[in-house]
Design a protein around this ligand. Structure first.
Ligand code: ADP
Ligand code: ZN
Ligand code: ZN
Length: 791
């Protein structure tokens, strides 16, 4: 008798274990079934998917059901990935099935067609014709192994029809001309739009129109409302994959600094050793060239490489560099691909058609079996942490896989995370430093502007005099500017516009959050609260208020002050369409605009020769979000944004506007001086018991009824306190910074700890205890073992 141990596709506590199924008679004698294959099994009244975890001769179950069928003829998860899933379950407290699902492309969740092509023959066998022929499957599997049959997978993209908004005139050309003449001269943008349709009366995609005229949609909306233009939704079909050719590049002779950095990496590759390197080097110091040459060495050994980059910097420029060096050996995985395209890239890895994967976070699960190197560029980026189950950090997974494969892991950054730099200081990671920029190109000069001064001098606008002057100067010279609006998080912190004072928690060193309902300021870590003051406690000014501005508002202001400037705005609104991001950047690169105005997304990877000025409008917004990493993120972001100016022959200038010019994260980003920043920040982290001195775990509880949430969070906090040593710090219950989402109240309990062997088990017990209530009622409990989002 043969028993298949199966993990079923039901993410729940009761099903987070192996279920036994009898192997069908036809496969008893064969080794057809293998761990990592997907199967269909009867489960209660239904048939569901699952993964085979193992084959055994034993079972404790009396009445066994039989496996129904298989979905794959070869395993989709390697033995290493199966193990890795178990590790993820332990370290992130997720269900095993969720871990496996995270490793596979989304297309695997839908049914896809398989065809079997017999070599040297035109014959094709369709999966659906044989899937029920249990006797035939093992022989097909053998022929695949022998290379006589090839499997071709066909994923049909679920034909989601895409629609785009189009605009056309609602009136005749003569009438348009009439309207044009009757509009006030100040309605510049509206007139421009009408002029366009006088010249070209055809229907046009809204997005294209906006780009052509570099305008916002507001004049168009106005004209639609007036009945002058018509809007309509039209269907479009996806572009087929663009086949581009890449210019081959050769390895560059390395500089001395680069040689010093790459040598220890090459040694570990040579000796098949696992080691973690932290490559700390300013932007433009030649890190990517080192990555490329290290990968080259790995490929020459016949091994494989994973290169992770943050989604946002996975630009065509980046892809070009890898495709240019390694050609068809490269698969690219990012969220811009369709389900089918993602699946195709994954298949290339599985079929061993490529040996290099360049991708965002989830590419860390690429099913390579002979890894020779894993590289994480911009390792400090928080996007490497997944914010849903499994809540893994790609860096941890990389190090785990590096150890599995005895290969090096390289973490690269100009502004390493505190955690990583601290590990490098303790020699847990090997530190490689690149101090100079290639060709000794200088970093731009940075000026900090005190916005409190501006206010005192009567300038109430969001642009300082210096900033405007510099933008105007670039306009005249025909050079380009980038304006950056730092707007992550939300604007519930309270700041004095006169002196820049921000109300902080006396116990946690994070800003207090304003709660409208009871006019109170609260700390969401420790539940400290105080009344909202009507005047500034520092300077008695009445200019104390909430903070925040949007990109759209900035754009409108710019249009008033500099009507002649052509502006491209990049934020979530203008880049939500597939390909819009690239299009806007391309337009800017083609100098179709003078100013690029945007959020976070313009901070990385941009490299335009004519950008000689970068302005940061509000350096403070991120500084005061209630998150202990806000200073670190501010430092990283400002350093990175500044690096966008003057990357080529023209020298660059940067202006940082702020209400807290004396804050060390801003002062030191302007130099930039990472090491001093690191020391100062470490001191704070130590005093306030934060990482890297303490580990964190965050439990978030939500429910539609407030008393219920408070009650359960209280019980949980008590329970955890009782289970841990007195060295651990348990904070809570306290309302989450976003205290209610979709009518669910949210409370949290934060645990700070150093060494608590009981913690994982206790948390599991807790989940188990509330499991019934969680499935029956509206209770939700989520546990994040290494939180990056405190909201
Ligand atoms: P980073 O990844 O640290 O930002 P890059 O590897 O992108 O740095 O290097 C910055 C620029 O310098 C790139 O244009 C790159 O082609 C060039 N470069 C890198 N290494 C060398 C070298 N050894 N000799 C000449 N140019 C180099
Ligand atoms: Zn004040
Ligand atoms: Zn506090």
């Amino acid at each position: 008798m043969k028993i298949a141990k199966v993990i079923v596709d039901v993410p729940a506590n009761q099903t987070d274990r192996y279920f036994d199924y009898l192997v069908p008679e036809e496969w008893m004698e064969e080794d057809f079934l293998q761990p990592g294959m997907r199967v269909v099994v009867p489960f209660g009244p239904r048939k569901i998917q699952g993964f085979i975890m193992g084959i055994s001769e034993h079972t404790d179950v009396k009445k066994l059901k039989c496996l129904d069928s298989v979905l794959d003829i070869t395993p989709v998860l390697t033995p290493e990935l199966l193990e890795l899933g178990i590790w993820l379950r332990e370290t992130t407290l997720c269900f095993l099935i969720i871990a496996y699902q995270a490793m596979l492309p989304a297309a695997m969740k839908v049914k896809y067609e398989k065809e079997f092509h017999i070599r040297n023959s035109k014959e094709i066998i369709l999966w659906k014709d044989i899937e029920n022929d249990k006797k035939l499957l093992p022989s097909i599997q053998k022929e695949i192994k022998n290379g006589n049959i090839e499997v071709i997978y066909r994923v049909k993209d679920r034909a989601k029809k895409k629609r785009v908004k189009t605009i056309q005139p609602a009136i005749s050309k003569e009438e348009l001309i009439e309207v044009y003449n009757s509009l006030a001269t100040t309605a510049i943008k509206q007139k421009e739009v009408i002029k366009h349709f006088i010249e070209q009366p055809q229907k046009i995609e809204l997005q294209v129109l906006l780009e052509d005229l570099s305008t916002t949609s507001s004049p168009i909306t106005t004209l639609v409302k007036k009945g002058i233009l018509l809007e309509h939704y039209d269907e479009v079909y996806r572009d087929p994959y663009e086949h581009r050719s890449f210019k081959r590049t050769e390895p560059l002779p390395l500089t001395e600094e680069q040689r010093n950095a790459i040598t220890p990496i090459l040694d570990t590759i040579e000796n098949k050793q696992h080691a973690v390197f932290l490559m700390y080097g300013v932007t433009g110091s030649g890190k990517t060239e080192i990555y490329l040459q290290a990968i080259d060495k790995v490929l020459k050994q016949g091994k494989e490489a994973i290169m992770l980059v943050p989604e946002i910097s996975l630009t065509p420029m980046m892809v070009d560099r890898f495709k240019g060096r390694f050609g068809d050996e490269v698969a690219v995985m990012h969220s811009g691909l369709s389900t089918g395209e993602k699946y195709d890239e994954w298949r290339k890895v599985q079929r061993k058609e490529v040996r290099v994967v360049v991708g965002a976070r989830s590419a860390i699960f690429a099913p390579f079996e002979n890894l020779g190197i894993i590289i994480i560029d911009e390792e400090h980026e928080t996007s490497y942490k997944q914010e849903e189950n499994p809540r893994y950090h790609a860096r941890d997974v990389a190090i785990k896989r590096g150890a599995n494969h005895n290969c090096p892991v390289i973490l690269g950054s100009a502004t390493p995370s505190l955690e990583s730099f601290a590990r490098a200081q303790k020699n847990v990671y090997q530190l490689l430093t690149l101090k100079g920029r290639i060709n000794a190109r200088s970093l731009p000069s940075v000026e900090i502007v005190d916005m409190r001064e501006e206010l005192r001098r009567g300038n109430r606008s969001m642009f300082s005099e210096v900033l405007l002057e510099k933008v105007k100067d670039r306009l005249e010279k025909g050079e380009q500017s980038v304006l950056f609006l730092n707007r992550r998080g939300f604007s519930t912190f309270v700041m004095c516009r006169n002196c820049g004072y921000v109300l902080n928690c006396p116990h946690c060193d994070i800003s207090l959050t304003y709660h409208k309902r009871d006019y109170k300021l609260k700390c969401h870590y420790c539940s400290y609260e105080e009344a909202l003051p009507s005047t500034c406690p520092e300077c008695n000014s009445e200019h104390i208020r909430f903070f925040g501005t949007g990109t759209q508002k900035v754009e409108e202001e710019l249009a008033k002050i500099l009507p002649e400037a052509r502006v491209i705005r990049m934020d979530v609104d203008t880049t939500s369409r597939k390909g819009a991001h690239e299009k806007l950047l391309h337009a800017f690169g083609q100098k179709q605009a003078d100013i690029l105005l945007g959020t976070q997304m313009i901070a990385k990877g941009l490299d335009f020769p004519d950008v000689t000025f970068v302005g940061v409008l509000t350096a403070d917004t991120m500084l005061h979000i209630p998150d202990f990493r806000s200073s670190e993120k501010t430092f990283q972001l400002l350093t990175q944004v500044s690096g966008r100016a003057g990357r080529h022959h023209l020298p660059g200038e940067v202006v940082i506007q702020t209400y807290s010019p004396e804050h060390f994260s801003i002062e030191l980003a302007a130099v930039p001086d990472y090491e001093t920043y690191y020391c100062r920040e470490m001191l704070l982290r130590k005093n306030f018991h934060y990482p890297p001195f303490y580990y964190l775990a965050l439990i978030t509880i939500s429910h539609p009824e407030l008393p219920k949430v408070v009650d359960i969070t209280e019980k949980i906090s008590k329970f955890i306190k009782a289970k841990l040593s007195n060295k651990a710090i348990v904070l809570g219950p306290v309302a989450s910074p976003i205290p209610r989402i979709k009518d669910r109240y949210r409370y949290q309990c934060m645990i700070k700890y150093k060494d608590e062997p009981n913690l994982g088990k206790s948390l599991q017990t807790l989940l188990h205890h509330y499991q019934q209530e969680m499935s029956r009622s509206e209770l939700q409990i989520s546990i994040d073992m290494n939180p990056y989002m405190m909201m």
